[in-house]
Design a protein around this ligand. Structure first.
Ligand SMILES: Cc1cc2nc3c(=O)[nH]c(=O)nc-3n(C[C@H](O)[C@H](O)[C@H](O)COP(=O)(O)O)c2cc1C
Length: 318
C-alpha cells in the first residue's frame, strides 16, 4: 500500500469492528460509519439518541468521539494511519489516509486494551491509586488537548462532587420519563445493546458516597460504601461546543485505554453533567473555564461482566 492508498473493505470493516467497543451512554452505540470517496466518516445516529437524558446529543457526540479514537487507533495499528478532522452536521469525524509511518509502542499498548476495557459498576478494592499513576492519566488527557481534574483527596472537595452527584441523581430519578428511558436501555440478559444484568452491578445503596446510575441490578445487603477508595476525577476539554464534545470523547477514550493499560478499573457518572444547574456548580467548584464533560472514578477491581455490541454490519451505512 502506498502512502495515500484508500483503505480496502477489509481494513475498513476490521477497524469498525474495534471502534464499536468504545463506551457509550447507556451502551446505546449512537454511531454509524460510512466510506466516502476519500476516507471514512463517523456519524451520530439520531435514531439511537436518548431524548430525555441527552436532549442535545452531547453524550452521543462524546460516545462517537470515543469510537472515532478507537477507529483511528485500529487503522494506525493496521499500518493505515489516518488524519482526522471534526465534521459538521451529523458527521462527527472525517478520516482520510495519512502518510505511512510505523505504529508507535504507545499506540500498540492502547490498542491492546480496546476489548479489555469496560465500565466497573461493582465494588472496588480498598487499595489506593498512587498519585504518580493519576499523573500519567492527567498527562494523557492533556496530550489529547483535554483536561482531567483529579479531585483533591480532602474531604471538602470530595464531598462537593459527591453532593452534586447525589443532587443530580435525585433530580433525574424524580422524572418518570428519565426512569422509563433508563429501563428501556436495561436488559435482563446479554442483549447486543443497553446494560445487561451482569454489567449493571448491584443496585445503588444509600450508603454509597457517589450514587451509581441504577441499571436494575439486584438489591445489595452490604451497607458499606463499596466505592470509598477509588480516586474521583473530572474530564473536560478546552471548550464546550459541539466540536469540543467530540474531542472530549477522544480524550475520554485515550484516558480509559491508558487506565486499563495501567491495570485500573473505571466507573463513570454523568448525572451531574446532565442537570445544567448542577453542571455549572461543578464547573465553579473545580474553578474551570469550561463545563466538565464526565465524572470518573479510578481504582482496582476484579474484571466484571462486559456489555455487548451490535454486529458491525448494523453500524455501516452502505
Ligand atoms: C458520555 C458517557 C456517559 C456515561 N455515563 C455513565 C453513567 O452515568 N453511569 C454509568 O454507570 N455508566 C456511564 N457510562 C458508561 C456506559 O454505560 C458504558 O460505556 C456502556 O454501558 C458500555 O459498557 P462498557 O463501557 O463496559 O463497554 C457513560 C459512558 C459515556 C460515553
Amino acid at each position: 500500500m502506498t502512502d495515500v492508498d484508500i483503505w480496502s473493505d477489509a481494513t475498513f470493516m476490521a477497524a469498525v469492528g474495534e471502534a464499536v467497543w468504545a463506551p457509550s451512554i447507556h451502551n446505546s452505540q449512537p454511531w454509524r460509519f460510512r466510506r466516502t470517496a476519500d476516507g471514512i466518516e463517523v456519524l451520530v445516529d439520531r435514531d439511537r439518541a436518548l431524548p430525555v437524558c441527552d436532549p442535545d446529543l452531547r453524550a452521543a457526540r462524546i460516545s462517537c468521539g470515543a469510537a472515532a479514537f478507537n477507529l483511528r487507533l485500529a487503522l494506525a495499528v493496521a499500518g493505515a494511519p489516518a488524519a482526522c478532522t471534526i465534521g459538521s452536521g451529523d458527521v462527527v469525524v472525517h478520516l482520510v489516509p495519512d502518510r505511512g509511518r510505523p505504529v508507535t509502542p504507545a499506540e500498540c499498548r492502547l490498542h491492546r486494551q480496546i476489548r479489555r476495557r469496560h465500565t466497573n459498576r461493582s465494588g472496588f478494592a480498598e487499595a489506593r491509586v498512587a498519585p504518580g499513576v493519576m499523573t500519567q492519566l492527567v498527562d494523557e488527557a492533556a496530550d489529547e488537548g483535554g483536561w482531567l481534574h483529579v479531585v483533591e483527596d480532602d474531604e471538602s472537595a470530595l464531598w462537593t462532587v459527591a453532593q452534586l452527584t447525589r443532587e443530580a441523581d435525585a433530580q433525574l430519578k424524580a422524572d418518570p420519563a428519565y426512569v422509563a428511558e433508563l429501563r428501556a436501555w436495561t436488559s435482563a440478559d446479554d442483549d447486543v445493546q443497553g446494560v445487561g444484568r451482569g454489567a449493571a452491578g448491584a443496585a445503588p445503596h444509600p450508603a454509597e458516597m457517589m450514587p451509581r446510575r441504577d441499571f436494575g441490578g439486584p438489591p445489595r445487603e452490604d451497607t458499606r460504601d463499596l466505592s470509598g477508595a477509588p480516586v474521583v476525577a473530572v474530564l473536560g476539554y478546552q471548550g464546550e461546543h459541539r466540536m469540543h464534545e467530540i474531542q472530549a470523547g477522544m480524550v475520554l477514550q485515550r484516558v480509559l485505554l491508558r487506565a486499563a493499560d495501567l491495570g485500573l478499573a473505571t466507573a463513570m457518572y454523568s448525572q451531574p453533567i446532565e442537570v445544567p444547574t448542577v453542571r455549572e456548580r461543578l464547573r465553579l467548584a473545580l474553578r474551570r473555564p469550561y463545563a466538565p464533560q464526565l465524572v470518573l472514578r479510578f481504582g482496582y477491581a476484579p474484571t466484571t461482566c462486559y456489555t455487548n455490541r451490535r454486529p458491525v454490519s448494523d453500524v455501516i451505512d452502505r
